[in-house]
Design a protein around this ligand. Structure first.
Ligand code: FNR
Length: 183
């Protein structure tokens, strides 16, 4: 069994990206288990606070990453880039660089947006961070859920069958990708 930690870079209740993460948990193939972590408990990065010891939420977040075989990040896109909530979480998990929770971790990256590009630029920008964190972000396939408001119902359930199919294929590939690093 491969155990992955998933988190979405949005804090709002009706977030499409949180909904996409829930769909991923439900559609995960045999052999893949995705636990969700809520980034609401992760404060803004502050080196002074870090020097006094990780706050409870940060410590729990890093521990959950360490215990997981891989990480699934579900990112929105804000102003053609990665939203602060997600970047901030990655920044905490990249510290300290010598023993970062994200170092050497396989990473899956997906995202949703109501626009036509489905978080493409947010994902692209986030990928750059993995050069520094030394994480192994799966290159392909990609999953960009565009026009997200048409793909989820009012309760956040994924109702678009083609998107569910792409998500299943993504998760199958991510299971194989993660296995490569956990032999
Ligand atoms: C957005 N949104 C947005 N969408 C997009 O596709 N490209 C963009 O550059 C932006 N920029 C942007 C900036 C800011 C500050 C906000 C608040 C929103 C729209 C965004 O995709 C939409 O609000 C999503 O619903 C956010 O994701 P969640 O919260 O639904 O997961």
């Amino acid at each position: 069994m491969i155990r992955v930690l998933g988190f979405a870079g949005s804090l709002r209740r009706a977030s499409f990206n949180r909904s996409l993460l829930r769909a991923a948990q439900e559609l995960a193939p045999e052999g893949l288990e995705i636990a969700a972590f809520d980034l609401a408990v992760v404060p803004l990065y502050n080196g002074d606070v870090e020097a006094e010891g990780d706050p409870e939420g940060v410590a729990a977040f890093k521990q959950a990453i360490r215990e997981a075989d891989g990480v699934l990040m579900v990112t929105p896109e804000y102003n053609h880039g990665v939203p602060g909530v997600m970047k901030n979480a990655v920044d905490w998990a990249s510290r300290p660089p010598q023993s970062a929770a994200l170092a050497g971790k396989p990473v899956g990256l997906i995202g949703a947006s109501p626009g036509m590009t489905g978080s493409a630029r947010g994902q692209s920008q986030l990928r750059q961070a993995f050069e520094f964190t030394n994480s192994y972000c799966m290159p392909q396939p990609e999953l960009l859920v565009f026009r997200a408001h048409e793909k989820f119902d009012a309760d956040g359930r994924l109702i678009d069958e083609p998107t569910a199919g792409y998500l299943r294929r993504y998760l199958e590939a991510f299971l194989e990708w993660t296995r490569r690093f956990t032999a």
